[in-house]
Design a protein around this ligand. Structure first.
Ligand SMILES: Nc1ncnc2c1ncn2[C@@H]1O[C@H](COP(=O)(O)OP(=O)(O)OP(=O)(O)O)[C@@H](O)[C@H]1O
Length: 353
């Protein structure tokens, strides 16, 4: 639904150049919620602003719903710097919500939701009907006549969402939409985005610096650093990928590997494996004592996941068979590096034979 190919964005000021995006290739499938996470300055805002061409990329392309937006004519001098009609039409099919809501305080809630429809030239009566439908959809039917100043942060964001949906978009972009909200309100806004994604088949691309947002609502995620995507994929695949940085941050497990004397192993349980007594089977089968250093269960993208950090007696080489036992039962097994040391690759049973 959204594809960026070799997307670069270089900001040039009088005395310096900043490469905010450095060859970003991203693919967001139709109907998924895709989260881009990264620290401040990683390039997240530049990416999302390039996706709807609020910012024109320096090079590379952006395709949304099969249309190459970068091929559409940019703002022309003849139009007084306004985007071309084709670009405006394409943009109206991409909704966007913002961290600080960007509502007009002088307009009522209904007036804010009607604004994009006014720009599209929709007749007054149809505008009003559509705005009221949308306010009903986001749970604010009774607030149509109030002004944004009388609303809570969560309610303002719901108005922002209703306004973003006015043009009937297939894609919704969310720029840190919950960063200014408290945790409870964040949860309710994320639930609303999830419901809209399911009910309307809306594809959502969100940027955030909060792992919890990715954990609670995203089907897929990408990690950005220094203008590049350093890791991306479906969240459940990432959790099953040994060494995945995103998986470790999405689901940290306690217990410092450096303080252990034996071999420390991180085990991730998915789906039905969460209910199996695999660790006690392992202890019985190989007659070994297993120490549990840390463990947690959580729901990630609506699925139950368990993680456990265990210590097996002996060196890595002595534990190839027990680790193979865990893998054979469908568990993801990772050997965490102690602070300051490199991650260890466990030899396979074949390599040891
Ligand atoms: N208009 C601009 N002019 C010059 N440099 C810019 C501009 N916008 C962003 N940058 C620079 O580009 C880099 C990426 O910024 P960007 O805002 O995309 O990152 P971000 O991950 O969204 O960060 P944050 O979470 O703090 O918004 C930063 O070094 C930033 O200073």
């Amino acid at each position: 639904m959204i594809t960026t190919t070799d997307l670069t964005k270089v900001y040039r000021t009088r005395d310096r150049e900043v490469t905010a995006l450095d060859g970003v290739n991203l693919h967001v499938a139709e109907g998924e919620v895709f989260g881009v996470i990264g620290q401040s300055g990683a390039g997240k805002s530049s990416l999302i602003r390039c996706v709807n061409l609020l910012e024109r990329p320096t090079s590379g392309s952006v395709t949304v719903a099969g249309q190459d937006l970068t091929a559409l004519a940019p703002a022309g001098r003849a139009d007084g710097g306004r985007p071309s009609a084709a670009l405006r039409r394409a943009r109206s099919r991409i909704g966007m919500i913002f961290q600080h809501f960007n509502l007009l305080s002088a307009r009522t809630v209904q007036g804010n939701v009607e604004l994009p429809l006014e720009i599209l030239g929709v007749p007054r009566r149809d505008r009003a009907r559509r705005a009221l439908e949308l306010l009903d959809l986001v749970g604010l039917a009774d607030k149509a006549r109030v002004h944004p100043g009388q609303l809570s942060g969560g309610q303002k964001q719901r108005v922002g969402i209703a306004r973003a949906l006015a043009g009937d978009p297939k894609v919704l972009l969310s720029d840190e939409a919950t960063s200014a909200l408290d945790p409870e309100t964040t949860r309710s806004v994320l639930r609303l985005l999830r419901d809209l994604n399911r009910e309307l088949g809306l594809t959502v691309l969100l940027i955030t610096h909060e792992m919890d947002v990715v954990k609670s609502v995203c089907d897929s995620a990408a990690l950005m650093r220094g203008g590049r995507v350093v890791e991306s994929g479906r969240v459940d695949d990432l959790l099953a990928t040994p060494g995945s940085e995103l998986a470790a941050e999405l689901f940290p497990v306690g217990g410092d590997p450096a303080t252990a004397g034996g071999t420390v192993v991180d085990v991730t349980f998915h789906g039905s494996a969460t209910a199996q007594p695999v660790i006690s089977q392992l202890a019985r089968t190989y007659h070994i004592d297993i120490s549990i250093l840390g463990a947690a269960m959580d729901t990630v993208a609506g699925r139950q996941i368990g993680r456990m950090r265990i210590e097996l007696p002996g060196r890595h080489e002595d534990n190839v068979v027990p680790i193979g036992f865990l893998r054979e039962r469908g568990l993801t097994v990772d050997i965490p590096a102690a602070a300051g040391t490199a991650r260890t690759t466990v030899p396979t049973e074949e390599a040891v034979k």
